[in-house]
Unconditional design. Structure first.
Length: 500
């Protein structure tokens, strides 16, 4: 049983439909409860006002007496007999004979004529004097003088109150009145209201489920779209399928954008890996073939020929050194592609790094005239790892040295423009043709393959520099003219200033 329950699949559509349905139903329930309570309080307030009006009418009718109430007084004031010859109030008898409708227009009569009001009148000793309607005539001094909501025998509620009656003239207590309100209108109205409310609740449940299902449709549709894209990528890792962009600006759209960027990055890494394998295999094929040729030659007849042995060993050592350098440059290029993960937040002082590289090249190439124009403000911080900045400068200066044949002069300049550090390296060497200038940053590309091979170049220096600069959100460009030299310009972002 537990395994069956564990294997049940609760889809996001089902979860969100239930959640939204419950939320909508709770909102409706809260609103319905508030309205139901407000209507109930309003109805009770109306019934309480009827009780108060009845008590006020009784008080107004009997407060004219100076002494405690008697049955005769109550009978005369509430139910006078128009034909009673013993009535002591001739004016009252004449008034009722002349205007019999006055009794029915009387406010107290109107209240008692409703049928759901009941009343008992008492003398000061709590002896019942008059009773009308279904009401318990027992009364004690501890009974509440406020309007109280009580439960009846059939669980139907009713209102009850007890009030003293005082004489307007003598200010004496002349009796008590007890009034019950059975609230028939209240109960009848709420029976109808409960029936309609029950129907409304059923409709609300159906509507909330329907709305919950409809509102989850876009979410489920987008998730299915993501799943389909993932399935396509799993079936074909080289697939260019991506999640379609939507006009909506929500979390699902953000997720889709991030997923597409992740796929682009993975595709880029996959392509880089393929290019890396292809380039390495292509570049290593030549030195391996050279080594193989020399070794076979030594195997055949080089053992006994000192000259062939020496030449083969020298050539083999040179090829091994070139392979070693090639492997190191490929590793540098691979590390450059990981800068965004490991070094993106590194910073360094531009002035010190520039001076150090400049001093090293002046010492290593005393036959060159290296000019430096540094207008960078002191303690300028650039957003780049120190070793990477040095590597960029070394690559550019080393190329300038390699391709300067007649005029051995190099200009190195640095300045700040806005929030960027601008570096320029200029040589006066052979220059680069405009057709080749567009491809100098490609891997293993050499403008003059023969001369590059003689100088020990593998065509990876500029690609490494370009990759490092781009990883730090900078730019690198080249300008050149054949026979006049080349100038490389590098722009790197400065580190943001820390707020004090």
């Amino acid at each position: 049983m537990k395994q069956k329950l564990a294997s049940l699949r609760l889809t996001i559509r089902l979860k969100w439909t239930c959640f939204l349905s419950l939320a909508l139903f709770l909102i409706f329930g809260i609103l319905a409860t508030l309205i139901y309570t407000a209507v109930g309080q309003a109805f009770v307030q109306i019934e309480e006002n009827n009780v108060r009006d009845t008590v006020s009418a009784v008080d107004a009718r009997f407060s004219v007496y100076r002494e405690p109430l008697t049955k005769e007084q109550v009978r005369l004031r509430l139910a006078p007999s128009l034909t009673n010859p013993d009535s002591s109030n001739q004016d009252e008898r004449d008034s009722l004979l002349r205007y019999p409708e006055a009794f029915y227009r009387d406010s107290l009569s109107k209240q008692l004529a409703r049928g759901d009001l009941a009343m008992v009148l008492y003398d000061p000793q709590l002896h019942p004097l008059f009773k009308i309607g279904q009401i318990n005539s027992k009364l004690n001094h501890r009974q509440s003088r406020e309007i109280v909501l009580k439960k009846g025998l059939k669980r139907s509620s009713y209102l009850e109150t007890v009030a003293p009656i005082y004489s307007n003239t003598s200010k004496k207590l002349i009796g008590y009145v007890k009034v019950n309100n059975g609230m028939r209108s209240y109960h009848r109205a709420f029976q109808q209201l409960n029936g309609k409310l029950l129907l409304t609740v059923v409709l609300a449940i159906i509507l909330s489920i329907f709305l919950g299902y409809v509102l989850t449709q876009p979410l489920v549709r987008r998730i299915k779209q993501v799943n389909r894209t993932i399935d396509k990528i799993n079936d074909n890792p080289d697939s260019q399928d991506r999640i379609a962009k939507q006009k909506s600006n929500d979390e699902i759209t953000d997720l889709a954008d991030r997923f597409n960027k992740m796929l682009d990055r993975m595709q880029e890494y996959t392509n880089q890996q393929k290019e890396f394998v292809q380039d390495v295999s292509h570049e290593l094929r030549t030195p391996v073939a050279v080594l193989e040729g020399h070794l076979k030659m030594l195997q055949r007849w080089g053992k006994d020929d000192p000259q062939v042995l020496a030449e083969s060993l020298d050539a083999s050592v040179a090829e091994v050194s070139r392979m070693k350098k090639l492997i190191q440059e490929m590793l540098d290029l691979t590390r450059a592609e990981q800068i965004e993960v490991n070094y993106i937040h590194e910073t360094t002082q531009a002035n010190e790094t520039l001076k150090q590289v400049y001093g090293d090249f002046v010492m290593l190439h005393p036959d060159f005239k290296i000019n430096m124009d540094d207008t960078v403000p002191p303690k300028t911080i650039v957003q780049i790892y120190r070793n990477h900045l040095m590597q960029i400068l070394i690559i550019l200066l080393d190329n300038a040295v390699k391709y300067s044949r007649d005029r051995k002069e190099i200009n190195l300049s640095a300045s700040t423009e806005g929030q960027m550090l601008s570096i320029a390296v200029q040589d006066f060497g052979v220059g680069i043709d405009q057709e080749d200038l567009q491809r100098i940053f490609a891997r293993f590309y050499r403008v003059d393959k023969a001369r590059s091979r003689e100088s020990g170049g593998n065509g990876l220096g500029l690609p490494i520099a370009k990759k490092i600069v781009e990883m730090y959100k900078g730019t690198i460009t080249a300008e050149s003219a054949v026979g006049s030299g080349t100038i490389f310009r590098v722009n790197l972002p400065l580190a943001p200033k820390k707020s004090k």
